[in-house]
Design a protein around this ligand. Sequence first.
Ligand code: NAP
Length: 306
Amino acid sequence: MTRLYNRVALIGLGLIAGSMALAMKRAGLAGEIVGTARSAETRAIAAEIGLCDRIVDTSVEAVKGADLVVLCVPVGAMEAVARDIAPHLMPGCTVSDVGSVKRAVIDAVGPHLPETTHFVPAHPLAGTEHSGPRAGFAELFENRWCLLVPSEGTPDAPIANLRALWEGMGANVDEMEADHHDLVLAVTSHTPHLIAYTMVGVADDLRRVTDSEVIKYSAAGFRDFTRIAASDPTMWRDVFLSNKEATLEILGRFTEELFALQRAIRTGDGEHLFDYFTRTRAIRRSIIEAGQDTEAPDFGRGSKKT
Ligand code: NAP
């Protein structure tokens, strides 16, 4: 057990903060974990299930005496939280976040923070479609990447300490520049979510025509889309509004590829389809080899009727 921080304040108590609290507790990484959330209901649930050592009513109260403050709210809410807590931050403390977009968060939060604090933005590449304080679990970050996005001039010590925290929670840690992060995530996460939302939306429209058969005979391909499309609407609205440029760039490329496949189907160009699917199959293999997913058929669902 290595205690890295004396007091960690978690602002927002959903899937990510909840998982952090449990993972930090499991590894003894923090002396005390203080949490707060916007609604009394979430705070009451967090207190009931013992998510943190202490649950307080406001962000201002939470950050008092904390040597690490982590913003775990939707990207669009980060600036308001930063403005509220800024005058109450302990000099020398580290402020971090877990937002899925980095440039917009850095621009929104950075200017509010006092110079006596260190801002080390972060993004754990781990999640589920569930949200809220009951959704967290200590193993969420195990063998997943966490990307740190410190700005130039940030001293080494606060970065190294935050790295150790994420490693202590089971993550592999890398550093990345903010714009590059947003482009990479537009490819690996943001655009795929938008495509899943669209596919499920199309199927829902069709359901009205096919008398619920889309639901009844839901096959693996569609079911996997529905899992992704069940993700939190607030979080994902904020992701697209704040990673506009990169998402639109990748969507443009996606549309071009889709048109090419559409054309191949129309013209009966089987070779094009076969080559394309062979290439994509190899990508799936490399993801499994990198330990980023399981090889279990049907995503480990087995014969369970879901
Ligand atoms: P979540 O489960 O929906 O929890 C969000 C928390 O933020 C809740 O405690 C909520 O409080 C609070 N909150 C919402 N709006 C707020 C506001 N305007 N002011 C203050 N607090 C507010 O979300 P999450 O999945 O943990 O996501 C949190 C952050 O992690 C987001 O920035 C997201 O982009 C990022 N992230 C998510 C994933 C993922 O897969 N879920 C993965 C990596 C990173 P109430 O419950 O009281 O409303």
